[in-house]
Write a protein that binds this ligand. Structure first.
Ligand code: GDP
Length: 194
């Protein structure tokens, strides 16, 4: 399973502007600065996430099409300190609407920073996904910043903090060194093709 083709489709806020739900969809979400754009670029092997990080587009839902048959959705990050309460509420409403209405959503990739224990907001995101019955996996970013013994412990700490079973899919990745990217891509493409 490989990504041969990536196409930016559009940005949207409201369901009426989402592309028609003709394909299974994978969405990626995480705290601001967790390494989402870098991971998207590593997954796609090109610098495509700049579309979402260009000024004015950061608070939008960005839709990409993979191999002409899977939507990949970049959701705006949460937990950015310098954001007003009104902005936060707008984010919540936008994501809530997306989660509640997107019938073709097959899988959410939830990012956490491998250097830190998952935050309170990460735990809330996990609980939110679970309460809505949305399938998800956890991907820990920036693994190149860990030493061997930290690497060995990280998945366990993440599972424990988020209250996940021992065998729950947690991927340890580094966008900088490319670690874990192939395994992640295989998993998500297989997951939506089943
Ligand atoms: P986003 O806000 O979640 O989209 O995060 P970015 O992808 O913009 O990354 C935030 C910061 O983390 C940047 O300074 C990146 O260079 C850094 N970063 C992202 N991924 C990695 C990684 O795999 N390894 C290391 N060492 N730094 C990373």
């Amino acid at each position: 399973a490989v990504i041969k083709k990536v196409k930016f489709i559009k940005s949207a806020v409201n369901p009426k502007d989402y592309p028609p739900p003709h394909f299974p969809e994978i969405a990626i979400v995480g705290r601001s600065n967790v390494g989402k754009s870098s991971l998207i670029n590593a997954i796609f092997k090109r610098n495509i996430a700049k579309v979402s990080s260009s000024p004015g587009k950061t608070r939008l839902i960005n839709f990409f099409l993979l191999n002409d048959k899977i939507y990949f959705v970049d959701l705006p990050g949460y937990g950015y300190a310098a954001v007003s309460k009104a902005e936060r509420n707008k984010w919540k409403k936008m994501i809530e609407t997306y989660f509640h209405t997107r019938e073709n959503l097959s899988l959410v990739i939830m990012l956490v920073d491998s250097r830190h224990q998952p935050t309170k907001l990460d735990i809330m995101m996990k609980e939110w996904l679970e309460s809505l019955g949305i399938p998800y996996i956890v991907v820990a970013t920036k693994a190149d910043k860990l030493n061997q013994s930290e690497k060995a412990k990280t998945k366990k700490i993440i599972r424990e903090t988020l209250g996940l079973p021992k065998d729950f899919p947690v991927f340890l990745t580094s966008s900088k060194e490319g670690t874990g990217i192939k395994e992640l891509v295989s998993y998500i493409l297989d997951f939506v093709s089943k």
